[in-house]
Ligand binder design. Structure first.
Ligand code: ZN
Length: 288
């Protein structure tokens, strides 16, 4: 009995065959699914799905890459949505510096031989640098509001972090043990995993552990103690081998779990029991 702890069931990718997807998940032993909001609208849809389907639970939040388009105050509307008893955590929230405008400009510049020869900063670069700062500030504000709300409502937090490790931990540090999060789609080192676990957080692993070039993440997953991590799909993204590149769906949680179990030399049942127990506690699925 597995739980897909991170799915985006509200995405249009699943609209056409939603019931089949739930059926296939159930047949694969994935009996519960946590659907994760990425904006206010997506969070609203997540709550609606969780209220309609008994095996689906909602996490509500604003993803850092949606921060720019979000209202300045996300706390008020999220607090309203959190009134649903089907809300299991806050998120996904965090920091994502992977798509900052300056990086796009830098990439473009690299491809322009003439510009490369010029040492001076271009107007584009100056402007994008200012824009970077504004985006980072907005992401931080949206992240902090969600952490504040998690403290207020005594909920845990689903954390998205990309190319922003130090800043993410810095913001979390202010909350000490008041907030516990899961670093979802974990792709860091053993040391990074141990660092966040020491601070009272968890990590979770996606289909990346099944990839040929996912050996290092698989080793991290094999090296942690049971109780320190969960499994997820992050569907529709990151379909595990042999479905890589195709649409991912919650049933694939089983492939993620099988891969980690094999790397640890334990049975799928043992891994499922432990990760499910961890998820039940983290998302308060037993009404605790
Ligand atoms: Zn996600």
């Amino acid at each position: 009995m597995l739980i897909d702890t991170h799915a985006h069931l509200d995405y249009p990718d699943f609209a056409a065959d939603f019931d089949d997807i739930l059926k296939r998940a159930n047949e694969a032993g994935v009996t519960r699914i946590i659907t994760i909001g990425t904006s206010l609208e997506s969070s609203q849809r997540a709550v609606e799905l969780a209220e309609k389907y008994p095996n689906v639970f909602a996490v509500i939040g604003v993803h850092p890459t949606s921060a720019e388009d979000a209202p300045d105050d996300v706390m008020t509307p999220l607090r309203e949505l959190a009134k649903s008893p089907r809300v299991a955590a806050i998120g996904e929230t965090g920091l994502d510096y992977h798509h900052l405008p300056s990086l796009a400009v830098a990439k473009e510049r690299k491809s322009q031989v003439i510009n490369k020869a010029l040492q001076a900063e271009t107007d584009d670069e100056i402007e994008s640098g200012i824009h970077d700062g504004a985006i980072k500030d907005k992401q931080a504000s949206i992240f902090q509001q969600q952490l504040d709300l998690a403290v207020e409502l005594r909920l845990n937090v689903v954390i998205h972090q990309r190319d922003a490790w130090d800043d993410t931990l810095e913001i979390l540090r202010d909350y000490g043990r008041q907030v516990s999060g899961v670093f979802h789609c974990f792709g860091g080192t053993r040391e990074q995993a141990e660092e966040v676990i020491r601070l009272g957080h968890l990590v979770s692993f996606t289909g990346i552990v099944t990839f040929k070039n996912g050996a290092s993440v698989r080793e991290v997953a094999a090296g942690l103690s049971l109780g320190e991590f969960m499994v997820e799909t992050d569907c529709p993204y990151l379909a595990p081998t042999p479905f890589r590149g195709k649409r991912c769906e919650p049933a694939h949680t089983r492939l993620v779990a099988e891969s980690i179990a094999a790397a640890r030399g334990i049975s799928l049942e043992e891994l499922a029991r432990a990760t499910t127990e961890t998820a039940e506690e983290f998302f308060r699925l037993n009404g605790a």
